[in-house]
Design a protein around this ligand. Structure first.
Ligand code: ADP
Length: 501
């Protein structure tokens, strides 16, 4: 908010000169007008009081000895009406006693008669300064009151906006106590209005993950403004919430608490589930008739093989068989994926010596690599790796898919290497090829369902675009991570990290 300048345009100060001597009145008017004031004059006390009653004067020069009402009386009346008026008494006979009386009644200063021009200028100058300070003080006070009023209006405006937001908002302090929550947040969490304010987060939100999420933010674990952490959780009544949060930072960057925003993502979740169910259903419906066709074609091919010139028929039927087997593998992938995504994949974890498993996969896939004159190697680590507790079928699917991809997307005579080692609290496996590589713009997308890079190199390679989503889903279900580094024309490295224990 902009501050209005104080005293930039000072009002003209009005001065009243009260004296029965015309010369004094005129002299005062001349001098004081030159000091930038507007001057009025009165020859008698009663006249002065009349004028004072009609117009506000900031400064009054008041002769003490006048016919009729004397100066002290006039001063009393003035002080009764407005004791902030600056009165300078003019004492004709220079008695200290009168001056003291006048000062006691509230006069600001006095000037003895006769006086020099400079004397008058100094005394009036002091009075003007006092008046200016007073004006300034009043303006500042007004300004302060206005600022406070603006602030209060601003606060209530922000509060109204926060209360009306369609997203839930909760703010905690550094001790993890809830200091603000809007009605949408209460509604999302099924709390009564104002319930939970002042409580610890864990007392009003019964989800450990949510409490940890808030705690992590307040402990500075998510300070990067470009990477806002999210967390999803569901409530007993099948409501799914997504939470995003940021630390609230003070002027010096210290964490004062957290602010979290909740969104109801139940509809998205339900749609997702319906989609997965649909895929599962369609796949089931397709699989059995296709398998039957496949079997029948295989039988016909076998029968035809015994005939005299079966080449033409054989060729067509073989093509048909190829197509059906492609469809069957697509459906198999779809089923795997929907099982992984719905969390119904059947894990049977047991201790696995990963080197042994990798060795057998590599041995199995070597035939495929050799058909493309590629070298496929696996270097066993010098020392045995700790055993992983995981479902061996999931691990086979992960590494089988990644090594098969490396074979597919590496040209003839290329090299594929599988490396493994200990890292942090787990095991790292790199599948390194010197094949076609993947351009930067495709990197994120290759983990999406059905996404396939279509270019000169990959045009004739068949696939479903479901392998990597399956690998990603399985790695996630094992609480691991999957990453890729790649450069077009140079090759790719897919890295899987799996935690031990
Ligand atoms: P698919 O191999 O069936 O097409 P994936 O999901 O396994 O499906 O892979 C998606 C896409 O990622 C592939 O079509 C390919 O373009 C790219 N890709 C995967 N692995 C590699 C690799 N090792 N080198 C180059 N491109 C790869």
């Amino acid at each position: 908010m902009e501050k209005s300048p104080v005293n930039n345009f000072p009002e003209i100060i009005k001065v009243l000169v009260v004296d029965d001597e015309q010369d004094i009145r005129d002299a005062c008017e001349r001098i004081i007008s030159k000091m930038g004031c507007e001057v009025d004059k009165a020859a008698r006390g009663d006249q002065a009081l009349d004028m004072f009653g009609q117009a506000p004067y900031s400064i009054i020069l008041l002769d003490m000895k006048m016919p009729g009402m004397d100066g002290l009386d006039v001063l009393r009346h003035i002080m009764d009406k407005n004791d902030e008026t600056i009165v300078i008494v003019i004492t004709g006979y220079a008695t200290v006693e009168t001056a003291i009386k006048a000062m006691k009644l509230g006069a600001y200063d006095f000037i003895p008669k006769p006086f020099e021009t400079d004397q008058l200028r100094i005394v009036v100058g002091r009075a003007l300064e006092k008046q200016r300070l007073k004006d300034e003080r009043e303006k500042l006070e007004k300004e302060r009151k206005r600022t406070l009023a603006d602030l209060a209006a601003e606060k209530s405006r922000i509060r109204t906006i926060v209360e009306s937001l369609p997203n839930g908002i909760m703010v905690t302090n550094v001790d993890g106590q809830v200091v603000l929550m809007n009605p949408t947040f209460s509604w999302h969490l099924g709390l009564d209005e104002h319930q939970g304010l002042g409580d610890l987060v864990k007392e009003c939100v019964a989800d450990d993950g949510f409490c940890k999420f808030v705690r992590d933010i307040s402990q500075g674990k998510h300070m990067d403004p470009g990477n806002i952490p999210t967390y999803e959780f569901s409530l007993a009544d099948e409501k799914y919430l997504q939470v995003r949060g940021r630390p609230v930072l003070g002027d010096t960057g210290e964490c004062l608490g957290t602010v979290v925003v909740t969104s109801d993502i139940t509809t998205i979740k339900v749609l997702d589930r319906l989609k997965s169910e649909f895929v599962a259903k369609v796949s089931h419906e397709l699989r059995s008739p296709l398998s039957t066709i496949h079997e029948q074609l295989a039988m016909v091919i076998r029968d035809l093989a015994g005939q005299a010139e079966p080449e033409q028929d054989l060729h067509m039927l073989s093509r048909a068989k190829e197509k059906t087997s492609g469809l069957i593998s697509l459906i198999g992938d779809l089923l795997d994926l929907s099982r992984i995504e719905s969390g119904t994949v059947c894990h049977e974890p047991r201790p696995v010596q990963l080197e042994d498993l990798l060795e057998s996969i590599v041995d199995f896939l070597k035939i495929k690599a050799e058909s493309k004159k590629q070298t496929l190697t696996f270097q066993r680590p010098q020392e045995d790796l700790p055993k992983l507790t995981a479902d061996p079928l999931s691990l086979e699917s992960i590494f089988g898919n990644l090594i098969t991809n490396a074979i597919h997307y590496t040209p003839e005579k290329g090299d594929i290497r599988v490396d493994t080692g200990l890292e942090g609290g787990g095991i790292r496996v790199d599948i390194i090829d010197n094949g076609f590589g993947i351009a930067e713009k495709h990197i994120e997308k290759i983990f999406e369902r059905f996404y396939r890079v279509k270019d000169e190199n990959t045009r004739y390679i068949t696939g479903t675009g479901l392998g990597l989503p399956i690998v990603k889903g399985l790695v996630d279900s094992l609480k691991g991570s999957l990453s890729v580094k790649s450069a077009p024309g140079k090759g790719s490295t897919f890295t899987v990290f799996l935690p031990v224990g």
